[in-house]
Design a protein around this ligand. Sequence first.
Ligand SMILES: Cc1cc2nc3c(=O)[nH]c(=O)nc-3n(C[C@H](O)[C@H](O)[C@H](O)COP(=O)(O)O)c2cc1C
Length: 198
Amino acid sequence: MLPPDQVYQLLRNLTSPVVAITSARGNEKNGMIIDSAIRASIVPTIPRIAIFIHKFNYSHGLITESGVFGLHLLRTDQYDLIHHLGFQSKRAVDKLETVPHRTGRLGVPVLEECYAHFECRVVNAMDTGSSTCFLGNVEATGHGGTSMPRGDVMTAAYFRANLPKEWKPAYERLLAEAQGHAQKASNDISYEGWKPKR
Ligand SMILES: Cc1cc2nc3c(=O)[nH]c(=O)nc-3n(C[C@H](O)[C@H](O)[C@H](O)COP(=O)(O)O)c2cc1C
């Protein structure tokens, strides 16, 4: 086995584009950032996406309870949005209050500014101990508030290479904290299945 740091760096080759995930429950709505989204279907008429959401994130409860989420591909010029949604929790600030959005067909917030958005209904989920992998059926799509995508998609490699210098210490601190939480919970896996909401 290679040293853990080397394994982690190799696994970074598997990270997805940096995307914004939105969720809602009653009057509450929220947004966060992930780089663990996967195209989970090759059938054009049955588009599916899988996402890994850590249990300690506020969004986890909103997605689990509502059974829906919004996924937004972002552009390379959207660092401020990634900082706003991904470096702080809804527990500290109502993040979507200052982010232009509308309510989508499934009731999830749809961000006006993005490369493309997908509204998804959860059809299955897998517990990983520290996170849940939600499998979503894509039921509505678009380009946020525009009819055409513009710019380039924010990949994880681009994000890391061009992250503003002043945000690096916070990024590394938050990552180390998340890894600490995840390490404690990783082996505590439940094998109970997902119960559909309808
Ligand atoms: C580039 C980047 C990638 C991230 N990837 C993930 C991820 O794959 N899964 C996850 O649960 N959190 C991920 N996060 C962390 C969450 O976005 C962050 O903890 C956020 O504050 C959660 O917000 P919430 O508590 O309001 O839900 C990532 C953050 C950044 C900046």
